[in-house]
Design a protein around this ligand. Sequence first.
Ligand SMILES: Cc1cc2nc3c(=O)[nH]c(=O)nc-3n(C[C@H](O)[C@H](O)[C@H](O)COP(=O)(O)O)c2cc1C
Length: 186
Amino acid sequence: MYIHKLKIGDLELKNNILLAPMAGITDSPFRKICEKYSSPGLVYTEMLSSKALFYNDDKTKKLMNIEGEKRPIAFQIFGSDPEVMGEATKIVSEYADIVDINMGCPAPKVVKNGDGSRLLQNPKLVESIVKEVVKSTNKPVTVKMRKGWNNEQINAIEIAKIIEDAGASAITIHGRTREEYYSRTC
Ligand SMILES: Cc1cc2nc3c(=O)[nH]c(=O)nc-3n(C[C@H](O)[C@H](O)[C@H](O)COP(=O)(O)O)c2cc1C
């Protein structure tokens, strides 16, 4: 693999090795281990609920702990209400070097609320959310999405253009559809 520096917005990463966000895995101790042994250019928090941040939920506040960690750290938030996403962005921006929006989570309990990968089926809402998040922070905003909802609805390019026009600085695409979850076909 060719290792090189990477610039996201005005933030320069020392390399292009990124620790992917993983719910239930990329907590602070895990990030510290990765920071120590692989020296990634960027690490991500687990996904944080914008609603939980908005309502000051204690468990979610604990997930924001980055004490003793190396920077930069991207904070990933999820949700589908642009205003709540904007407020959550203001909260995480105090600690985050990048604010990342989750548009890829396939979990039924997430998509049933219109969050995560469900957003891929709602381009207008994607635009509103990204614009609101960009407006609410001076940190670079990024989006992590899937290639589409299912094989009949592959729309990553359409959504990526909307995200770019709305002011995001980078996009990560998980090369599976929502219906593929985490299966081997990628
Ligand atoms: C246990 C687990 C939890 C994950 N949680 C998240 C998450 O919270 N946010 C997100 O954007 N992606 C999440 N992902 C997706 C990964 O960030 C990554 O995009 C995906 O695993 C693709 O890489 P792979 O083909 O090497 O598995 C998760 C993946 C796994 C396996």
